[in-house]
Design a binder for this molecule. Structure first.
Ligand code: NAD
Length: 489
């Protein structure tokens, strides 16, 4: 008996095969396709979230000491809002979309039918472990798919809560959670999926994409990058500073994919900006931020060591102008600002994903675009604080990133009407709102014809007259069509 329990706990390739087999059988039987099933599952997901808010917040506190308010806004409330939106809009999303037809197929009508892809895999990351796990699942369910969710082992309390709750509330013949780390994920990745939706870093994204390529499985990759913030002069500095702080330290202490990674401002404006940061940071987190209950801790000792290495590099020594305090035992790092760090330092060459914020100085604010574009990678988000219309226009025209925000940070995430996703190194594909539904749907082209008007020109024998008529029909004037019909050369 003990041996059996032990055997059951191992999730290997055979277990993964079994899971996919069960889910595929449900999908093929049409269980997930009905509108009623989708509604019932989305309602159950909403209910599950509503009934377990304290447990979810407690798991997030265990995993990251995430402040309750942040857990509520960025994980619980956002998921509920996604469920509600899908429930409200799904009927419209599912409706076939009429498409125009041309003379080529006259008379005909056409539509684009959204059909579910099948059995999909969602692999999520640790930093927003509740939302990043279930938000893609909302899209997968709305689009009528069966889903396996593999949450991150780095947020174990949330992962095991998700496994328990999903099994209790959702249809387990179609939606399952598989807990585990590299070996379990590898076993899952060996299987044939109809889509893989991965959130995490670029190194693992390459592993995911290589595994997907073996089965020609399409992927959505939600990755990260170095999201810059350009700060121009002549702005409402206090509001700007607060909005940067909210997007950086107020988002999981900087452990968020769209958190400001570094700032670019002019040499003249940097001292003012720095003073403002110091003032506001002290007001928000007190004189000893390591003690603040409003800052998440660093997720684990590996990430603590990674961030410490960025701070301890010789090239950046002496560049810390605010913060820098660390508490290794409690995995805490205070909000830390570095001024004038060299562009070839480690901190400027990898995603920081933590509470460190370098400020780069340029002569003119317009030079900021060159700093961003010369990095050779496209960030997940880019931010600009300015009152100048010309600068906004240039920002939108020249900076390529997953998303841009003018005069705020991170809040584009909350707009369901905007696609959320990266470009280049920051990822491929997008989700949120209808984009989530589209990410898990195939857009099937359907053309309807009758038996009238059977164009003789497409059939052999291919005569000169038929060719003339075709040339006239497909590119000529009305006169040339009439001439060709009458056989005049
Ligand atoms: P992570 O360590 O939790 O890894 C993500 C997932 O990959 C986990 O489920 C993990 O089990 C799996 N995994 C890890 N190694 C693997 C391997 N060798 N083979 C197969 N699967 C493996 O999370 P992370 O990568 O540290 O997440 C942080 C990164 O994710 C940052 O770059 C961040 O910017 C990015 N991110 C992006 C978004 C977004 O929406 N674009 C959101 C959050 C985080």
């Amino acid at each position: 008996m003990a041996r059996e329990v032990e055997k059951k706990a191992v999730f290997d390739t055979d277990s993964a095969k079994e899971v996919v087999k069960e889910l595929r059988a449900s999908f093929v039987a049409g269980k997930t396709k009905s509108y009623e099933w989708r509604v019932a599952q989305l309602k159950a997901l909403l209910k599950m979230t509503e009934e377990n808010e304290p447990q979810i917040a407690a798991a997030l506190r265990d995993d990251l000491s995430k402040p309750e308010l942040e857990s509520y806004i960025y994980e619980i409330a956002m998921l509920k809002s996604s469920c509600r939106l899908a429930l409200k809009e799904m009927k419209r999303w599912i409706m076939p979309e009429r498409a125009k037809t041309s003379l080529t197929t006259f008379p005909s009508s056409a539509e684009i039918v959204s059909e579910p892809l099948g059995v999909v895999l969602v692999i999520s990351a640790w930093n927003y472990p509740f939302l990043l796990s279930l938000d893609p699942v909302v899209g997968a369910i709305a689009a009528g798919n069966a889903v396996v969710l593999k949450p991150s082992e780095i947020a174990p309390a949330t992962a095991s809560l998700l496994a328990k709750l999903v099994a209790n509330y959702l249809d387990s013949s179609c939606i399952k959670v598989v807990e585990g780390a590299v070996s379990e994920t590898s076993a899952l990745l060996e299987q044939k999926w109809d889509k893989i939706f991965y959130t995490g870093n670029g190194r693992v994204a390459r592993i995911v994409m290589a595994a997907a390529a073996k089965h020609l499985t399409p992927v959505v990759l939600e990755l990260g990058g170095k999201s810059p913030v350009i700060v121009d002069s002549g702005i409402n500095l206090q509001v700007a500073t607060r909005r940067i702080i909210a997007g950086k330290w107020g988002c999981n202490n900087g452990q968020a994919c769209i958190s400001p990674d570094y700032i670019i401002t002019t040499k003249d404006y940097a001292p003012k900006l720095l003073d403002s940061f110091k003032r506001e940071l002290e007001q928000f987190y007190g004189k000893n931020p390591l003690e603040s209950k409003d800052l998440s801790r660093i997720v684990n000792s590996n990430h603590f060591a990674r961030l410490s290495k960025l701070l301890d590099e010789d090239k950046v020594s002496g560049k810390i102008v605010h913060g820098g305090e660390r508490d290794k035992n409690n995995l805490k790092i205070a909000p830390t600002i570095l001024l004038d760090v060299p562009l070839d330092s480690l901190i400027m060459n990898e995603e920081i994903f933590g509470p460190l914020l370098p400020i780069i100085m340029v002569d003119k604010v317009e030079d900021s675009f060159d700093v961003i574009n010369s990095s050779g990678t496209k960030p997940l988000a880019a931010y600009l604080f300015t009152n100048k219309e010309k600068l906004k226009e240039k920002f939108v025209a020249t900076v390529s990133a997953g998303g841009l925000v003018v005069n705020d940070t991170t809040v584009h995430l909350a707009e369901h009407t905007l696609p959320f996703g990266g470009v280049g190194d920051s990822g491929m594909g997008a989700y949120h709102g209808k984009f989530s539904f589209d990410a898990f749907s195939h857009k099937k082209a359907v053309l309807y014809r009758g038996f009238a008007c059977d164009a003789f020109v497409r059939y052999p024998p291919y005569t000169r007259r038929k060719l003339r008529l075709l040339q006239a029909l497909l590119g000529g004037s009305l006169l040339s069509i009439i001439r060709a019909l009458l056989g005049w050369s």
